[in-house]
Design a protein around this ligand. Sequence first.
Ligand code: DGP
Length: 113
Amino acid sequence: MDTIFDKIISKTIPAKIVLETPRLLAFHDINPQAPVHILVIPKKKAVSMDELREWDDATVGQFFKGIAEVARSVGLNENGYRVVLNTNLHGCQSVNYVHAHILGGHQLSGSFA
Ligand code: DGP
């Protein structure tokens, strides 16, 4: 079933795109939780972080390198940032298409839960 992120990839619905490559799409979160809040999704679909177990190592690696490249492209590498992959029920994943949140642009709190 298509999620909102499938529709953003196919450009059926708009998003504020930060970076697009043949392998990934990065766009601003609609409900930002930090001054910079970007979502990074691979164009190859996986439902969640858990499903990345089924991917070959190179494809997983490309996704994670892509996240770092997106963060660097907006200058977050200098002061740092946080990457979050909410996964399934207890992780509060609300969109069933794997996505990494990049949060930064100010000092984040040290709390996780
Ligand atoms: P999560 O809870 O990890 O599944 O986060 C999903 C995020 O997706 C949430 O922070 C809000 C964001 N989001 C939901 N719908 C849209 C949308 O239509 N456009 C954009 N840009 N972000 C969306």
